[in-house]
Design a protein around this ligand. Sequence first.
Ligand code: APR
Length: 248
Amino acid sequence: MKDLIRRAAEDLMGAKRAVALTGAGISVESGIPPFRGSGGVWERIDPMEYGHIETFEVNPGRVWRGLIQELKDIIDRASPNDGHRGLARLESMGLLDAVITQNVDGLHQAAGSTDVLEFHGNCAWQRCMDCGEKVKSHDVDVSTLPPRCLCGGVFRPDWVFFGEDIPPMTLQRSQQLAMRCDLMLVVGTSAVVHPAAYMPVIARDTGARIIEINPERTPLTGTISDYLIRGGAGEVMNALIAELEGMK
Ligand code: APR
């Protein structure tokens, strides 16, 4: 791994417009389970039963009991790890412009990253399905599920369910960043959910270097990525920051 860390540090130092794409894997070391692979949420419950807007609309209480409440409690207890802090450090070193994240946990912002595009929304807010009222998740009374707005409408997380569109402005800006970057760090994503998984493809097609950080190979490995640094996000980012600090 040492050679690849050195190579990634040199690539980052040589890049002019680097961005990161992150997935659930970067938050695993913060205690938030991934969706796929060992310990994955979708290994226990069916994503089409609990992660799709149509099943939420049919039975919101079931989705709140089976997915939202647990994920919300875990996220409420979570704090950033060395992976999040490493990306924030890259930004403060002037080596990373933005983070496009598929995560809804807000941990990049909590770690200090200032330009974070929440591709799948976030879990920090709940939105009324009837009147559109937005309330901080912390302030929603979950003693009965599904929680309801004063107007009687059902609250839903401000995240993107399967079957919903990516927020248009976020999608457009993410595509622009992917087209204009000359390096993309792809950290902790299985790269199987689109359109997020197209961002590295767009970046590659416009000449960017693609570096993956993941304990496992993904569909990008050996096809879109220039190389994979196999390891956990925290360990790899710590080594990368140490290498860069030594090059200053
Ligand atoms: N460090 C880095 N990567 C890790 C770590 C770690 N400590 N632990 C696991 N991983 C990797 C796994 O090898 C896997 O490739 O993180 C990835 C997690 O993949 P997923 O659980 O599929 O998460 P993600 O790619 O973000 O899923 C995309 O799917 O269900 C939807 O909306 C949900 O945003 C999510 C989207």
